[in-house]
Design a protein around this ligand. Structure first.
Ligand code: NAD
Length: 444
């Protein structure tokens, strides 16, 4: 089978490489010339573990190609997947569908044969129906069928998630569309992946409902972490004690600085708007958005208050050196979209402190988004050297491996704010640090 994927970003590129690995012939259409040039040169425009090797082997096998020419990408294909961005619209928080409709229109105009047009992008409920109307209007001569196939992969483990998903969701209302999608995912039959066939609206809603539910779990445990600090409880034990209950589950119960990234913030907001527009408001989702936003906005103040309380009385942070380890919203990615590190570092920089930042993958993506005064280190240890305060923003494994004695040797000060709870509080305190984790029994 031959398919086209519109958009060579995190989802488009990973899906393309994985479908190619399944044996499908895939051509990716990408409009960003810089991104396309890199793809054609065999370089990955994003950081995703294992992606370069998978792309290279499938290109070499002749199953995966890239082009800027849409007509070339869709020649002779059975399905076209739209995998372009759906960011938040300025102002209201509705999903911005400009790229999706632009891509759909370009495809429809260029088609010379019927295809199944599939949204892989996360799109609001009703988008598939609108695309069907667009197809009927622009190409009444062709039987273009619409399907929704939301993607659940996580950045950082995207290939494994795509190849071994918990489930595949397909919203399709014609036998041909269902058959094409079923055939594409047939290799997953071997590992007995459930393929859920639904209507268009249901598939579109499943994606938002799943993301909002996970975001709600994170937000809930973050609130419990704050409560733990106020009452002297340990959120890790609370989390374990809750999560061992099979009805709750252990995943997504890790407290931290608040969720960020390219999906949860915009998708929770979009779901809140979808529900309001449908006159069936989701107050829980609205609360998740508000609580998380407040958490991220207050992060800088939280760090500053702790640093001041831990340091000599009356001092401010002017001229102090603050090491920030991790910039992306999670490890194993260079994606800086909506990272909690951005507002936190902005607030820290305003104190007049010198910020020395390090992230193994996200520094070039971070530079345009962070204050110009931030200094970028070449390693975690270089960032920490001479620091008065250490802030852990992202739980990269290499940061976990930093021994208390090594930190004590490198740092000038003795204060650590660990927003991911990667360090052992007792070991840090034994090494002479004033240590603040999240929800670990004490508040400044
Ligand atoms: P992205 O910004 O990384 O990639 C989108 C790509 O599409 C860009 O390279 C852009 O240049 C290209 N593009 C835009 N319009 C185009 C057009 N008309 N023709 C060809 N290329 C075009 O976005 P992403 O993170 O891959 O997200 C894509 C969608 O998938 C979003 O709806 C997102 O919500 C959803 N999603 C993302 C993730 C994730 O972890 N990133 C996970 C699941 C779902």
């Amino acid at each position: 089978m031959k398919i086209a994927i519109i958009g060579g970003g995190y989802v488009g590129l990973v899906s393309a490489a994985c479908f190619a690995e399944f044996g499908v012939e895939v051509c990716v259409a990408e409009t960003d010339p810089a991104r396309l040039d890199r793809l054609l040169a065999g370089e990955m425009p994003i950081y995703e573990p294992g992606l370069d090797a998978l792309v290279a082997s499938n290109r070499a096998a002749g199953r995966l190609s890239f082009t800027g020419a849409l007509a070339e990408a869709i020649a002779g294909v059975e399905a076209v997947f739209i995998a372009v961005g759906t960011p938040s619209r300025r102002g209201g928080g509705h999903a911005d569908l400009t790229y999706v409709f632009a891509a759909a229109e370009q495809v429809l105009k260029a088609l010379d044969h019927p295809v199944v047009l599939v949204t892989k992008s996360t799109v609001p409920v009703g988008t598939g129906r609108k695309l069907a109307a667009l197809a009927a209007r622009l190409r009444p001569d062709l039987a273009v069928e619409i399907a929704s196939n939301p993607e659940f992969l996580r950045e950082g483990s995207a290939i494994g998630d795509f190849m071994r998903p918990d489930r595949v969701v397909v919203g399709a209302e014609t036998e041909r569309a269902r058959a094409v999608l079923r055939a594409l995912y047939r290799p997953l039959n071997l590992i007995e992946t459930p393929v859920l066939m639904t209507g268009l609206e249901t598939a579109e809603l499943i994606k938002y409902a799943a993301n909002a539910y996970l975001a709600m779990k994170v937000t809930f445990i973050n609130e419990m972490a704050d409560l733990c600090e106020a009452v002297g409880a340990d959120v890790h034990d609370v989390s374990r004690g809750m999560g061992l209950d099979g009805r709750i589950g252990r995943k997504f119960l890790h407290p931290g600085p608040g969720f960020g990234g390219s999906c949860f913030p915009k998708d929770t907001l979009a779901l809140a708007r979808i529900a309001q527009d449908a006159r069936a408001p989701s107050r829980l989702t609205e609360a998740v958005v508000a609580v998380n936003e407040a958490r991220k906005a207050g992060l800088g103040r939280r760090i500053i208050d702790f640093a001041l309380a831990a340091g000599p009385a009356g001092e401010d942070l002017r001229g102090r050196r603050i090491a920030v380890l991790g910039l992306a919203f999670k490890p194993e990615t260079d994606d800086m979209r909506d990272s909690p590190a951005i507002p936190a570092i902005e607030a820290l920089a305003e104190t007049g402190a010198v910020i020395a930042a390090y992230d193994p993958a996200a520094m070039s993506a971070a530079k345009p988004l962070l204050p110009g005064s931030v200094v970028y280190a070449e390693s975690a240890l270089q960032a920490i050297e001479g620091a008065d305060l250490l802030v852990v923003m992202t739980e990269w494994n290499e940061f976990r491996a930093l021994a208390p004695a090594r930190l004590a040797q490198a740092m000038a000060g003795r204060v650590i704010v660990d927003l991911r709870n990667i360090f052992d509080p007792a070991a840090m305190r034994a090494a002479g640090f004033v240590y603040h984790g999240v929800g670990r029994g004490q508040r400044p």
